[in-house]
Design a protein around this ligand. Structure first.
Ligand SMILES: [Zn+2]
Length: 323
């Protein structure tokens, strides 16, 4: 019985404020439908395998991608709002952290990511909705209902395409990971994917195995709208290597990524970070970059996914500024 769930999806309580929300989002706050679209994606990818939804990096990134698809850059999103307030819809049950039952029960609004994580362990869906989300046809109906109800017609195709790209990028990232773990010979699965999907998939596998942490300086910052300081860097650039193997990649913050591509920082064969003497040239102020020279890099827990020695030595020999 899908109709009761579709009814609930059609009648979400959303902020209706014509001065704040344009016709693109049917003059309503798009937070709840965008979060539900992200959750549907995670079910479709078989990423969520039980009736328990966490506010994790994966969900935050997807929410960020959907948010960007319909909102101008100046409009800030905040995933904590729908994650908390969907509880008023009757199908989204917040599970308190141990000992936080009473605090959560009296809470009327959230004060950001930190506080929400302290109060809420995750979400359990109504059993009927959970069962529907196991089925592709039902998922598509729920998805279409959200898109058609809450977004202007010119946005429909864009949101459908967003979902398709998310699914393909997820599949590509899983292919890359599996190939790396099995250590199979480098084929070219990337040929079947569009450049945008390839980028998103490579990024997903890198930020996942490095847990959104810069491999050099250790920075990890995610915003409530799913933006992150971390980028997926190729060690041998894509245009040279055509190799998206995660072992040809590193998770780096923007400054470390730029420094790496400029050859101001590299890795040694023993995975130590090595700085170029150019950093200390007169008038340069390299700041915290000098702090992690000669330190080990912060690799994935699974050491079999650490960078290829060949990629590292290519970077040392080709891009690194030795003097
Ligand atoms: Zn960094």
């Amino acid at each position: 019985m899908i109709e009761p769930c579709l009814q609930k999806f059609r009648h979400l309580h959303t902020d209706k404020n014509r001065t704040h929300w344009t016709a693109v989002t049917t003059h309503r706050a798009p937070h709840k439908p965008l979060l539900l679209l992200s959750v549907i994606d995670l079910f479709a990818q078989d990423y969520i395998r039980s009736n328990f939804i966490e506010l994790d990096d994966e969900l935050m990134e997807l929410f960020g991608l959907y948010w960007q698809a319909v909102n101008p850059p100046s409009k800030r999103g905040d995933i904590t709002m729908p994650f908390f307030h969907l509880r008023s819809e009757g199908f989204w049950h917040l599970l308190p952290q141990p000992g936080q039952e009473a605090a959560l029960a009296v809470k009327r609004r959230t004060d950001g990511l930190k506080q929400l994580r302290q109060l809420v362990l995750g979400v359990r869906l109504d059993e009927a909705l959970y069962q529907l989300l196991q089925d592709e046809q039902s998922r598509n109906l729920l998805r279409t209902t959200l898109i058609q109800t809450y977004f202007a017609p010119e946005m429909h195709q864009r949101l459908v395409a967003r979902g398709q790209s998310n699914a393909e990028a997820f599949q590509y990232s899983m292919d890359l990971l599996q190939k790396a773990r099995e250590n199979t010979a480098k084929e070219a699965p990337e040929e079947t994917y569009s450049p945008a999907v390839r980028d998103q998939g490579f990024r997903r596998v890198i930020v996942t195995i490095y847990e959104h942490r810069c491999a050099f300086c250790g920075v990890r910052i995610l915003t409530a709208d799913g933006h992150t300081a971390i980028e997926a860097a190729h060690i041998i650039p894509w245009h040279v290597s055509h190799n998206d193997d995660p072992r040809n990649g590193l998770a780096l913050c923007r400054l470390c990524h730029w420094s790496f591509d400029e050859g101001l920082v590299t890795l040694t064969p023993s995975y130590q970070i090595k700085l170029s003497p150019q950093l200390a040239a007169p008038d340069n102020i390299p700041g915290h970059l000098t702090a992690f020279g000669k330190r080990p890099f912060l690799g994935p827990d699974d050491q079999s996914l650490w960078p290829f020695p060949d990629s590292i030595s290519w970077h040392q020999q080709t891009l690194f500024r030795h003097r």
